[in-house]
Design a protein around this ligand. Structure first.
Ligand code: 3AL
Ligand code: ZN
Ligand code: ZN
Length: 510
């Protein structure tokens, strides 16, 4: 009886085994092993099609397929033209899922080399890949040393090589030490930084001192020749209300409102006023024509934004970004002692947030970035909850896409707007002509995601940043799950799994 059962089982298993073996043989001959160059793609082929009913292109959302060959987009075929144009065995059909250009995050602090215990290239770029970000531009500070010279850039590149899951470019630092030394700045630019970044207030990092308007003017004149941008953290210290240092009940350091009072909108406004005296020179025919100024992480959507609008309409070469945390949270909701929300400039009130959304939707704010700036949990002082002493910086890298989408629902955000804010305009800022859009000839940097799939961002959710516990989004419910991420045609992340090897490359300007 038992033997008969075994026999029957064998008869059922044998054909299945034969089928599997022939399937494997077929794949072996179809895609020989040299086509798995570095094991950094979860796909066995280099020439294939991604099909979907929702492909986001600069011309609109279409149904069809994107042909990918040797890492580039070879053609885009509309549904009605598909017949006979694509090889059906090499099609990955994502159905209703959205196929969009990969996100380009122009503002991330990966803290490597020197402070890799804060984040580091491997975990940071793994989180990026899991979040649909295909290119990051790393900030010049929080690593040790800061990226302020050719030598320190070379250390960055060395730290990044063979350790990055997505492509990574680098901003160089404009600091007092190099600002009046044109040849030092040229050396840094020749070595490949995509542009420069400076602070108008203390940066929190000793070897990255702040610059004033004269330093910035010098920087802009060198950058004009290279046609690369200067990014500025625009806050300038102003005198504060006189009772702020007093620790009475109204100035409790565990209360977010205390912190908010230490960095009022007038700081952003003062910095921006200074900057706009310089950006006039970037107008066509001006002495710094070719230079471009980019204001990072704008928080104040009132007077600061009015100044920016006016300068733009006058022809200044000026752009501005804001970050998801300014669009998702408001000061009133931040619980006492919850220093995960501490950043600078600070998250302001709900009315400010509404105006910031309005500015983004109307095109006055050009793009989004994460300003992912993590640290060791100890430095967030989560136990004591002292907002005045905790490290300022939000950890968000893996979730910027679902956050923008989820919080943007109320404002009717479209897929095309997401692609504009997160890919197309950031690519232009970073000088990446082959990235930022699903267009023929571009790098096949693509995110596939399901806008309707909801998930709870709790302790169970697989997070790839080094310190998931300090993320401000932990505990929220989001919609928009990343299904797959392609970097230059390599499937680097799919269904929760990363490719076994890295295939990101350092991006250097030339
Ligand atoms: N040093 C550094 O990363 N600072 C960043 N953190 C933050 O909240 N704003 C910043 O500019
Ligand atoms: Zn900053
Ligand atoms: Zn920053």
């Amino acid at each position: 009886m038992r033997e008969r059962k075994m026999d029957a089982l064998q008869w059922r298993i044998l054909p299945v085994l034969t089928l599997i073996a022939s399937f494997l043989l077929f794949f072996y001959f179809q895609y020989p092993s040299q086509q798995y160059p570095k094991n950094c793609s979860l796909l066995p082929f280099q020439h294939y099609w991604i099909a979907s009913k929702r492909i986001v292109t600069p011309q609109g959302v279409i149904s069809g397929a994107v042909e990918i060959k040797d890492g580039k987009i070879a053609s885009i075929v509309k549904e009605e033209e598909k017949h006979g144009k694509i090889k059906s065995e090499n099609v990955i059909d994502y159905g209703e899922a959205v196929v969009m250009p990969g996100l380009i995050d122009v503002h991330a602090h990966l803290d490597d080399p020197g402070r890799a215990e804060w984040e580091g290239f491997p975990s940071g770029t793994k989180a990026a890949a899991a979040g649909g970000i295909t290119t990051l531009v790393d900030m010049p500070l929080n690593s040790d040393p800061s990226t302020v010279s050719r030598e320190t850039l070379e250390l960055k590149i060395k730290a990044a090589e063979s350790r990055i899951y997505v492509d990574v470019g680098f901003w160089g630092g404009l600091v007092p030490e190099n600002a009046f030394n044109a040849s030092a700045l040229e050396d840094l630019l020749d070595a490949g930084v995509l542009g420069l970044k400076s602070f108008m207030c203390p940066s929190g990092i000793n070897d990255f001192p702040m610059t004033n308007a004269s330093h910035i003017k010098e920087g802009l004149s060198v950058l004009a020749k290279y046609r690369r941008p200067l990014l500025v953290h625009a806050e300038k210290e102003q005198e504060l209300e006189s009772n702020l240092g007093v620790e009475d009940g109204s100035n409790n350091p565990r209360s977010y409102s205390t912190y908010l009072k230490t960095r009022p909108p007038s700081w952003e406004e003062a910095a921006i006023k200074d900057l706009l005296t310089l950006t006039k020179d970037t107008r066509i025919g001006g002495p710094a024509e070719g230079a471009h100024l980019h204001i990072v992480h704008l928080s104040d959507s009132r007077s600061s934004l009015d100044l920016i609008k006016e300068a733009k309409s006058g022809g200044d070469s000026l752009t501005v970004e804001t970050c998801p945390h300014y669009l998702a949270f408001s000061a009133e909701e931040i619980p006492d002692g919850d220093t995960r929300f501490k950043c600078s400039p600070p998250i302001r009130d709900a009315a400010n947030k509404e105006k910031l959304w309005e500015a983004l939707l109307e095109g006055h704010v050009d793009m989004l970035s994460s300003d992912h700036s993590p640290t060791m949990p100890e430095l967030k002082l989560l136990d004591g909850g002292d907002f005045l002493k905790a490290w300022g910086g939000i950890s968000s890298l893996q979730f910027v896409l679902p956050v923008t989408w989820s919080y943007g629902q109320k404002y009717g955000v479209t897929l095309q707007q997401l692609a504009l804010w997160w890919s197309e305009r950031p690519a232009r800022l970073a000088g990446q002509k082959l990235k930022g859009a699903i267009a023929v000839g571009n790098h096949a940097d693509i995110v596939v995601w399901d806008p309707d799939v909801e998930f709870d961002l709790d302790d169970e959710f697989p997070m790839h940043v080094k310190h998931p516990g300090i993320s401000a989004y932990l505990g929220t419910k989001l919609s928009g799950r990343v299904a797959a991420t392609f970097v230059r045609g390599n499937l680097v992340f799919e269904e929760g799994k990363h490719a076994p090897a890295v295939c990101g490359v350092p991006i250097l300007a030339s």
